[in-house]
Every structure is written in structure tokens, then in C-alpha cells.
Design a protein around this ligand. Structure first.
Ligand SMILES: Cc1cc2nc3c(=O)[nH]c(=O)nc-3n(C[C@H](O)[C@H](O)[C@H](O)COP(=O)(O)OP(=O)(O)OC[C@H]3O[C@@H](n4cnc5c(N)ncnc54)[C@H](O)[C@@H]3O)c2cc1C
Length: 369
């Protein structure tokens, strides 16, 4: 007889959250993880210079969801870090997302907060776009006009997705945050910060429970026929679970180039976007996020790429249709009560960390044996 009731595939945030909640309900849980470390995409570690870096790209925790905030605070405290991004455009560092300071700098005006909305409205009215929006471009231009779209979004999006923004889904744009005031924070959520001892430690605390065991370096594909859990929580790639029988879902990846420099500070903000110049999309300076002190600094350049680990789901019609096919099979399996597909890979869906936790909490709470 197996020593566990539940098998969780993947030890990222979705797997760890699910495992913890099931363990607290009294189930014996085994987590298998193909990588040699826990944490999945949010894995961080201290490098040789003693600076905490995020192996798979910078992660900032932010949420409006009270229940999620309470949940993560059981496993870590958070610094009071408020994320800030500048965009390097027209040879200058400009506040991003767009706020009053951005508008004044780009257009060479001196508007008050009250005047910003009407000014942007005029910008939109001067611009050409389909209404209702048919594409990413239409969606952004309909909110901020062609000038700001061209400066901050157009080329960045082209680099990120290697695709004309006119061909990308309007859903990718969502609501563009525009502030009439001088608020320079990247996120407006009530709760935000960085876990005091890092994300890996937070995950370690989450899975530290007498009912949870973890096996690293084990790929589910290699052992799937040997296992018969009462419940399988799968957080790996959706298409791979079904041996890609309908075809492969595609992802956009990112090549990360980490460099440690012999200087205290490199750039004027934790993240600087490069929408128009260079092949990289942004540079992160980790010390500015973690608040660590050092005479050195570690930065990371991000180069979007078609090759590599699955980072971002590709927002196009082909993938949407393919996802639908796989999700029909998922629903049939889940209806039998022995499978749950949870997380960004298993649902082929972009989830922020808080959304991943929120979804795992809801799915696990709704499940009964
Ligand atoms: C570049 C980047 C930056 C981001 N920045 C932010 C941010 O600033 N703020 C924010 O809120 N969110 C951010 N996110 C989103 C965040 O990374 C996700 O919400 C989170 O990682 C979701 O966790 P997950 O467990 O669903 O997926 P993952 O972390 O990918 O975990 C899945 C795990 O399953 C394992 N696995 C897969 N297949 C198998 C298999 N066959 N056998 C065994 N194990 C398997 C994988 O190795 C992985 O460890 C960012 C995402 C990216 C890509």
C-alpha cells in the first residue's frame, strides 16, 4: 500500500499550496518535482556575492486578496517593498506605468492631476484604432493614444512576443493603469512586498508539515504508470500530461543574463524597461528589491526567446483552441474526482503568484474524496 494518499506533481507555488492545504486536511501527500530544487518559477538563492537573485526572473509579491495575504503570511514575513519601474525611452528614464509625471515629460507640458484625464482623452480621440478593439494595439491605443503606445508598448510587445501587436489578442492588454497623480509604484495593490528570507524559504516553510514528503529530480512522465494515488494534483505542462495528443502548446521563454558588477548601484530603479532600444526587454537590479547591502550589485538582462523553459503562455488563437481541446479532457478527468489540474502550466494560463495561490485554495477547498 502506498504511504501517501495524494500525489502532487510539481513543487512550485501551486503544488506547495495544494500540498499544504491537503496535508492540513489530514491527507498524506507526496510531492514529486522534476527539478533539483523546490519553488518552481519563483526559486531564489543567494549568489557568490551574497545577493539574493531570482533564477527565473524577478518576482514581486502583490495582492488585493485578503485570504491570500493571510495564507502567505503564515510562512514568511514581508518587507515593505513597493515596486518601481522606469522605462528608458527617448534617451531618458521615464516613470512607468503612466502617471502625471510621465505625461508631462513625454509631451513637454505641465498638467495638474485634474487636467491629465482630459489631455489623454484628446490623445485617444486623435488616434486611429478599431472600436471595439480587435487587437493588443487597439486596446492600448484606445486607452492612452498612439504617442504613448508607440513609446512604451509597441516595440516592447514586439520583442516580448516576436509578433506584431496588431495580431495579438486585445485580452493581453487588459486595463492599462494610468494615474493622474504622481504615484510611482508599479502595483497599486493593498498588499505588496518581498518575502524577508526569500521565496524558496517561504515554499520550504509551506511544505514543512508532517504529512508532506518531497522527492526532487523525479519526472512524473517516468513513473506515472507505477503510481495510483487517491488524488493526483498535477501542476506540470497541460499538453505533456496527455502526451501532446492534440499538438504542442507553445510558450515564450526568456534568456536571463546575470552579471555581478563591482559597483554599489547600477540603475535608478529596481527594474528598467527598454521598450525601443537593444534586444533585451528589461534589466533588474536585485539588491534594490531585496534591500540587501553590498559593495557589489547583481543585475539581470532579459532576452525574450522562442527556445527554453516555458515562461509565458502564447496569447494567440491557435493556442486558445488547442487549450480548449485539452481542457475538455481535463474536465472529464476532474469530474471523476481523482485528478486536479492546478497552476499556470497545468491550466495553460498566466497567473500572478497571488492568483495561483487563490486558485489552488479554491480548488482544494472545493474537492472532496
Ligand atoms: C518571468 C516571470 C516573472 C514573473 N513575475 C511575477 C511577479 O513579479 N509577481 C507575480 O505575482 N507573479 C509573477 N510571475 C508569475 C509566477 O511565476 C507564477 O504565478 C507562479 O510561478 C505559478 O506557480 P506554479 O506552481 O503554477 O508554476 P511553476 O512555478 O512553474 O511550478 C510548476 C512546477 O512543476 C514542475 N513540473 C512540471 N512538470 C513536471 C513533471 N512532469 N514532473 C515533475 N515536476 C514537474 C516544474 O519543474 C515546476 O517546478 C512571473 C512569471 C514569470 C514567467
Amino acid at each position: 500500500m502506498a504511504f501517501y494518499d495524494v500525489l502532487v506533481v510539481g513543487c512550485g507555488l501551486s503544488g506547495a499550496t495544494s500540498a499544504r492545504l491537503l496535508a492540513e486536511k489530514g491527507y498524506k501527500v507526496l510531492i514529486i518535482e522534476q527539478k533539483k530544487h523546490i519553488g518552481g518559477q519563483i526559486y531564489d538563492y543567494k549568489n557568490d556575492a551574497g545577493i539574493t537573485v531570482h533564477k527565473y526572473g524577478p518576482h514581486i509579491f502583490h495582492t488585493k486578496i485578503e485570504e491570500v495575504w493571510k495564507f502567505v503570511n503564515r510562512f514568511t514575513t514581508f518587507s515593505n517593498f513597493q515596486h518601481r519601474v522606469l522605462s528608458f525611452a527617448d534617451g531618458d528614464f521615464i516613470n512607468f506605468p503612466i502617471n502625471r509625471l510621465t505625461v508631462n515629460k513625454v509631451f513637454g507640458v505641465n498638467l495638474t492631476s485634474e487636467e491629465v484625464p482630459a489631455f489623454l482623452q484628446q490623445e485617444v480621440e486623435k488616434s486611429r484604432f478599431n472600436n471595439p478593439p480587435q487587437s493588443f494595439r487597439d486596446k492600448v491605443v484606445s486607452q492612452v493614444g498612439e504617442r504613448l503606445y508607440g513609446l512604451f508598448f509597441e516595440k516592447y510587445t514586439e520583442k516580448q512576443w516576436n509578433c506584431d501587436p496588431d495580431k495579438l489578442s486585445p485580452d493581453l492588454a487588459g486595463r492599462i493603469p494610468v494615474r493622474s497623480n504622481n504615484d510611482c509604484r508599479y502595483f497599486a495593490d493593498k498588499y505588496q512586498g518581498m518575502p524577508t528570507h526569500g521565496y524558496t524559504k517561504m515554499i520550504e516553510n509551506m511544505i514543512n508539515h508532517e504529512n508532506i514528503s518531497v522527492l526532487l529530480g523525479v519526472d512524473y512522465q517516468d513513473i506515472k504508470n507505477e503510481l495510483q494515488p487517491k488524488l493526483l494534483v498535477y501542476t506540470g505542462e497541460l499538453d505533456k500530461f496527455f502526451d501532446c495528443k492534440y499538438g504542442k502548446l507553445t510558450y515564450r521563454s526568456v534568456k536571463l543574463d546575470f552579471q555581478t558588477l563591482d559597483q554599489e548601484q547600477f540603475q535608478p530603479a529596481p527594474v528598467v524597461n527598454y521598450p525601443n532600444d537593444y534586444d533585451y526587454t528589461r534589466i533588474t537590479e536585485f539588491k534594490q528589491m531585496t534591500g540587501e547591502k553590498s559593495s557589489k550589485t547583481t543585475i539581470c538582462y532579459e532576452y525574450p526567446s522562442a527556445e527554453g523553459l516555458p515562461f509565458y503562455t502564447m496569447p494567440n488563437k491557435e493556442n486558445e483552441l488547442l487549450r480548449e481541446k485539452y481542457m475538455q479532457d481535463v474536465h472529464s478527468l476532474e469530474a471523476q474526482g481523482k485528478h486536479l489540474f492546478i497552476g499556470r502550466l497545468a491550466e495553460y494560463k498566466y497567473y500572478n503568484m497571488d492568483m495561483a495561490i487563490d486558485s489552488a485554495i479554491k480548488r482544494i477547498n472545493a474537492w472532496t474524496l
